[in-house]
Design a protein around this ligand. Structure first.
Ligand SMILES: [Zn+2]
Length: 476
C-alpha cells in the first residue's frame, strides 16, 4: 500500500501562494476583458476591428502576465529581509519597497522590491534586479535590440516612427541613436566575423558532391561615404529641430575601404565575411591581417582568389598574406583605363575610338595582355595628354601582367570582375549611408557599417549578445 502524499507546511504555503498569484492574474484578465468589451461599440465587429482592439490593449495583458510571473518565480528576492554587504560583510536590513518600471517588448513592467544599502561602504544592491539581470537603462535589452534592428536599416527618425507603430512603445531618436552607438562601440572585424566552424560549414556545403575545391574570392574595393567633420558637432545628433547647421561645415566624400570574402556556388554567391570602414590603407590591411591570423581562412580547403583594382596597398597585402592565391585585376577597372586612352587618343574620331577600345578589351578578354602592351608601345600619341595616358596604361598593364590573364580566370571558373564587392558596397554602405541630406561623422558611419557587416555575416546576434554581456558586467 502506498502512502498518501503528505504535504509539508512549506508545500502547502507554496500551493496557496501560487493559487493567490493565479487568482490575481485571473482578476486582471477579467478586468482586461471588460476594457476590451468597452472598446468595441459594434456588437458584430469585423475581424479587423477585433484584432485592432486586442492589439491596442495587448500590452496591458502581457505586462500583467509578466508581472505575475516575476512575482511567482522570484519570491525569494521579493521577500528578502536581510543581505550581506558585498564589501564589508555587514548584515543589512531591507529597505523600501521601492518601485521601478522597466520597458520590455511586452510592455512596461512595474516592479516593487526591497533594496539594501550599506551606509558605511555607500553601496546599494537590489536582489530582484540582479536575479532578473536588469540593465540600468529603462529600456531593457530586448527593446534595445529591436531598435537597432531598425536603425541599422533606415534613418533614425523613420526607425522610431516604425518602432512605435509596431511595438506600441515610445522611442526617441536620441535614445535610438544612443543605443545604436552603444551596441556598435568598439566592434572590430573579428567581432563581426563568423567563427572558423561556421566558415568551414559554408565551404563544406558548397563543396559537397564536387570534385574541385570551391573558389573563395577575396574582393577588395572602396565605396564613397558622405562624411561631416567633427567640428560640425555641438548639438545632439538625431534631434529633428536641432541638427548641426549645414552652413558651418562642408561635407566630404570619403572612401570606406572594404573587403569581402565570398564563395562561388554555381549561379550564386555565398556570403562569408565582409568588413567595410572609413579607414586608412594601413588599417584596412591590418584588419585583413587579423582575419588571416585568427585562422578564419582555410586556404587548403578552397581555391583562394584575390580580385581588386590597381591600388598598391591591396596587392602588397594580398601577396604577403595569401601568397598562393590567384590574383585577378578587376576587368571593369581595367576597361576604364583603356577607355581613357581611347578617348584621349581617338577623341576626334568616335568610330576609331570605339574600334580600338573594343579590340583592346577583346584581347585582354582572351588573355593577350602582351599584344595590347605591344600595340600601345607602337601607338603615335595625338598630343601630350594622350602620350601621358598611354604611358600610364602601359605601366599599369605591365605592373599587373600576371593578374590580367582573364582567359585562364574564365577557364578556372574564377570571376573576372569585382561585381561581388560592388554589390556589397551597395547593400552594406550605400543603402544605409547614402541618403539625401545625410552626412555622417566618421565614428558613427563606421559603427553603422560594422552593424551592417555583422548583419550580412550572420553575426549580429553575437554582437548584440556581447553588448548585453558588457551591460551585465557594468550593472553587476
Ligand atoms: Zn558595507
Amino acid at each position: 500500500m502506498t502512502c498518501p502524499a503528505i504535504l509539508s507546511l512549506e508545500d502547502f504555503r507554496d500551493t496557496q501562494r501560487r493559487a493567490a498569484i493565479r487568482q490575481r492574474l485571473h482578476d486582471r484578465f477579467d478586468c482586461w476583458l471588460n476594457q476590451l468589451e468597452d472598446r468595441m461599440q459594434d456588437p458584430t465587429p469585423t475581424l479587423a476591428e477585433l484584432t485592432q482592439a486586442v492589439f491596442a490593449l495587448r500590452q496591458e495583458l502581457t505586462q500583467a502576465v509578466t508581472e505575475g510571473l516575476v512575482e511567482h518565480t522570484h519570491r525569494a528576492a521579493l521577500e528578502q529581509r536581510t543581505a550581506v554587504c558585498p564589501q564589508c560583510g555587514q548584515t543589512l536590513a531591507a529597505r523600501g519597497p521601492q518601485d521601478r518600471t522597466v520597458e520590455t517588448l511586452v510592455g512596461a513592467i512595474r516592479l516593487r522590491r526591497p533594496y539594501f544599502y550599506c551606509e558605511r561602504c555607500q553601496v546599494g544592491t537590489t536582489p530582484l534586479d540582479q536575479a532578473l539581470q536588469l540593465t540600468k537603462r529603462r529600456k531593457q535589452p530586448d527593446v534595445q535590440k529591436a531598435a537597432v534592428q531598425l536603425t541599422k536599416e533606415i534613418p533614425y527618425e523613420a526607425a522610431c516612427e516604425l518602432f512605435e507603430e509596431l511595438t506600441g512603445l515610445p522611442l526617441s531618436a536620441h535614445t535610438a541613436h544612443d543605443v545604436t552607438q552603444a551596441v556598435a562601440a568598439g566592434v572590430t572585424v573579428l567581432d563581426v566575423a563568423p567563427s572558423q566552424e561556421e566558415i568551414l560549414a559554408k565551404i563544406a556545403a558548397v563543396a559537397a558532391g564536387r570534385p574541385w575545391r570551391p573558389i573563395l574570392v577575396l574582393a577588395i574595393d572602396g565605396a564613397d561615404v558622405p562624411t561631416r567633420p567633427t567640428t560640425a558637432k555641438g548639438r545632439r545628433p538625431g534631434r529633428k529641430k536641432a541638427r548641426a547647421k549645414r552652413a558651418r561645415w562642408i561635407g566630404e566624400w570619403r572612401e570606406a575601404k572594404g573587403f569581402r570574402f565570398y564563395l562561388l556556388a554555381d549561379d550564386r554567391i555565398v556570403q562569408v565575411l565582409s568588413w567595410h570602414q572609413v579607414q586608412t590603407d594601413d588599417e584596412a590591411a591590418e584588419a585583413l591581417r587579423q582575419v588571416k591570423a585568427a585562422g578564419l581562412i582555410p586556404e587548403e580547403r578552397v581555391r583562394l582568389c584575390v580580385i581588386a583594382d590597381g591600388a598598391r596597398w591591396i596587392w602588397k597585402q594580398a601577396q604577403a598574406l595569401f601568397p598562393s592565391a590567384v590574383e585577378i585585376l578587376d576587368y571593369y577597372h581595367c576597361s576604364e583605363h583603356l577607355h581613357k586612352v581611347a578617348v584621349l587618343q581617338y577623341g576626334a574620331h568616335p568610330e576609331r575610338q570605339q574600334e580600338w577600345y573594343e579590340a583592346a578589351l577583346a584581347r585582354l578578354f582572351w588573355g593577350e595582355v602582351h599584344g595590347v602592351i605591344w600595340g600601345l608601345q607602337r601607338m603615335k600619341p595625338t598630343d601630350a595628354p594622350a602620350a601621358e595616358e598611354i604611358d600610364r596604361l602601359i605601366r599599369y598593364l605591365q605592373r599587373h601582367q600576371e593578374r590580367l590573364d582573364y582567359r585562364f580566370a574564365r577557364k578556372g571558373g574564377y570571376p573576372m570582375g569585382s561585381g561581388g564587392i560592388e554589390s556589397a558596397n551597395k547593400f552594406i554602405c550605400h543603402v544605409r549611408l547614402k541618403r539625401s541630406g545625410a552626412w555622417w561623422y566618421v565614428t558613427n558611419a563606421n559603427q553603422m557599417l560594422a552593424l551592417r557587416c555583422a548583419k550580412y555575416n550572420g553575426t549580429l546576434d553575437r554582437v548584440f549578445a556581447r553588448y548585453q554581456q558588457r551591460l551585465q558586467d557594468r550593472s553587476g
